[in-house]
Design a protein around this ligand. Structure first.
Ligand SMILES: Cc1cc2nc3c(=O)[nH]c(=O)nc-3n(C[C@H](O)[C@H](O)[C@H](O)COP(=O)(O)O)c2cc1C
Ligand code: SF4
Ligand code: SF4
Length: 302
C-alpha cells in the first residue's frame, strides 16, 4: 500500500514537473516532501457535484493530487448522509459547476444540512464555469459561515460550456473546448500544491455586473428556467436504453412505458440531453441543432 502511494506520488510529480518547469529544483524538492506527506496522510475529503463531467474531472484531478476521498453530493443527499467525521487538522473541499452565476441550489442545500464532528482547519472550493462566476464566492462563504466554518481558499476554472437551454446559448467549438480543458489542467497543477500547503487565496473570475447576475438573474433562473416540462423525446429516435434515467443526478426521470418522463424536480444540469446517444431529447426548440457535450467529447448533429 505504502509503495503504491509513493508510486502515485512520483506519477503526480511528473505532472508537477511538467507544469512547474525543470529549472525550479528547490521548489520541486519541497513539493516532493509535501506529496509524500500527503500520500501518507489521506485525511482529506472532497464533496463534489457534476452534471456533464467537467467538475467530475476537476474533482478527480484534485483528489489524485491530494490523495482525497470523493463524495458525490447527490448520492450522499439521496442516502440522507449528512454527518461526517473530520479528524483534527483535516481539510475539506467542495467542487461544483456554476449555475447562473452561483453554486447550484443542490450544493447549498447539502452544505446547510451537513454536520461535522470537528471544525475544518482548511476549507476550500473549486468551481467550474463556461465563462464567469459572478459573486459565487460571497454566496458560498455566507453558506459556510452560517455553519461556523471559515473559507480559506477558492478558485474557478473555465471549462467547456454545457448550458444551451435558451436561445443564444451554444456549445464551445471542439477546439475551444479542448483549449479550456488544457488551461484548466494547468490551473489545477498550479493550485494543487497551494492546497497541500494550506495557502489562503481567492482566484474567482467574477465577470461583469456580478451583483446583478448573482442576486437578480440567479433567483429568476432557479424559479423559471428549471422547468422540465419543456423536455420532449423523439420516439422515432429513442431506443429505450434508459441512459437518460440513469445519468440524472436527482432521479428526475422515470420510464414507466419505456420512454422517459420528467418528474418536475429538475435542476437543469442538462445531463439527460447531452448523454442521450441517439440525440432523441430536446429542450423546447432551444437545443435543436446545437450538438451535445460530455466531458472532453463534443458531438455535432445535422
Ligand atoms: C444550468 C446551467 C447554468 C450555467 N450557468 C453558468 C453561468 O452562470 N456562468 C458560466 O460561466 N457558466 C455557466 N454554466 C456552464 C457550466 O458552469 C460549466 O459548463 C460547467 O463546467 C459544467 O460543469 P459540469 O460538467 O460538472 O456539470 C451553466 C451550466 C448550466 C447547465
Ligand atoms: S437516453 Fe435517449 S435513447 Fe435512451 S431512453 Fe433516454 S431518450 Fe431514449
Ligand atoms: S432531468 Fe435532465 S436536466 Fe434535469 S436534473 Fe435530470 S439529468 Fe439534469
Amino acid at each position: 500500500m505504502l509503495l503504491m502511494m509513493l508510486g502515485m506520488a512520483s506519477f503526480s510529480m511528473e505532472r508537477f514537473r511538467e507544469s512547474l518547469g525543470i529549472g525550479k529544483v528547490l521548489k520541486l524538492q519541497k513539493y516532493d516532501i509535501l506529496l509524500i506527506f500527503a500520500a501518507l496522510n489521506p485525511i482529506v475529503m472532497i464533496f463534489y457535484f457534476s452534471g456533464c463531467g467537467n467538475s467530475k474531472h476537476v474533482a478527480e484531478t484534485i483528489a489524485a493530487g491530494l490523495y482525497d476521498t470523493l463524495v458525490f453530493i447527490p448520492e450522499a443527499a439521496r442516502e440522507n448522509h449528512y454527518e461526517y467525521e473530520l479528524t483534527e487538522g483535516e481539510r475539506l473541499g467542495f467542487v461544483f459547476p456554476i449555475y447562473s452565476w452561483a453554486p447550484p441550489k443542490l450544493v447549498l442545500d447539502f452544505v446547510k444540512k451537513m454536520q461535522l464532528k470537528a471544525k475544518p482547519d482548511y476549507l476550500y472550493f473549486v468551481c467550474t464555469c463556461g465563462d464567469n462566476c459572478g459573486l459565487t464566492e460571497k454566496v458560498f462563504r455566507k453558506a459556510i459561515e452560517e455553519k461556523g466554518w471559515h473559507l480559506s481558499a477558492c478558485f474557478s476554472v473555465q471549462m467547456p460550456e454545457t448550458y444551451i437551454g435558451m436561445p443564444g446559448f451554444k456549445l464551445d467549438t471542439e477546439k475551444n473546448a479542448q483549449l479550456k480543458i488544457d488551461r484548466a489542467d494547468d490551473t489545477m497543477m498550479r493550485n494543487i500544491p497551494r492546497l497541500i500547503d494550506n495557502e489562503c487565496f481567492s482566484e474567482i473570475v467574477k465577470g461583469s455586473l456580478p451583483w446583478l447576475k448573482t442576486y437578480l438573474v440567479n433567483p429568476g433562473f432557479n424559479k423559471y428556467a428549471t422547468d422540465d416540462s419543456k423536455y420532449r423525446v423523439d420516439l422515432k429516435k429513442c431506443t429505450s436504453c434508459g441512459r437518460c434515467m440513469y445519468v440524472c443526478p436527482v432521479q428526475n426521470i422515470k420510464m414507466p412505458q419505456g420512454e422517459p418522463v420528467w418528474l418536475g424536480h429538475c435542476i437543469m444540469c442538462m445531463a439527460c440531453y447531452h448523454q442521450c446517444r441517439s440525440n432523441a431529447i430536446q429542450y423546447g426548440k432551444a437545443t435543436v441543432g446545437k450538438g451535445q457535450y460530455y466531458f472532453g467529447k463534443t458531438l455535432r448533429w445535422k
